[in-house]
Design a protein around this ligand. Structure first.
Ligand SMILES: [Zn+2]
Length: 146
């Protein structure tokens, strides 16, 4: 958790809008997005000000995932989409990659005929030796569980 003026001004720390709230408990809130990809775009927001995926304590993450499962099921019934995307982004440089720095998980109904695209510009498989080296490099940097 980051401290300071930015946190006190964080709009997600101040969220309190029962009319657009899908779910709320002591750990998380889930609301229909005010900057949506489409009409059935819900954000799941921890109550605590956390900015990165890796900062979310296990109990809070478990609550986020449980709520995401329930909301995904509800969106499937409410919107009858072709798919559902569960997605999150970390802003590592603080240069506005995210609209709001407060970490959140997006749950978004997806439709075959919509303009929204997640374009994975994939590269060639570097091969098992390079992948093993990358795995070892990441393992060296694994922090302990939260
Ligand atoms: Zn916040």
């Amino acid at each position: 958790m980051r401290e300071g003026a930015e946190q006190s001004a964080c709009p997600f720390c101040l969220l309190n809008d029962p009319d657009v709230t899908v779910f709320a408990d002591a750990l998380v809130q889930a609301l229909v997005s005010r900057a949506p990809i489409n009409r059935y775009h819900v954000i799941i927001v921890p109550r605590a000000h956390l900015e990165r995926f890796a900062e979310v304590p296990a109990a809070t993450m478990a609550a986020v995932v449980s709520v995401a499962q329930r909301i995904g099921s509800a969106i499937a019934l409410a919107a009858t989409p072709d798919g559902i995307t569960y997605i999150t982004d970390d802003d590592l440089t603080g240069r506005g990659y995210n609209l709001v720095a407060h970490w959140k998980l997006h749950v978004i109904a997806r439709f075959r005929d919509e303009a929204v695209r997640i374009d994975w510009a994939r590269t060639e498989d570097p091969g098992p030796t390079v992948r093993a080296s990358l795995a070892a490099d990441i393992r060296r940097h694994l922090p302990p569980p939260l």
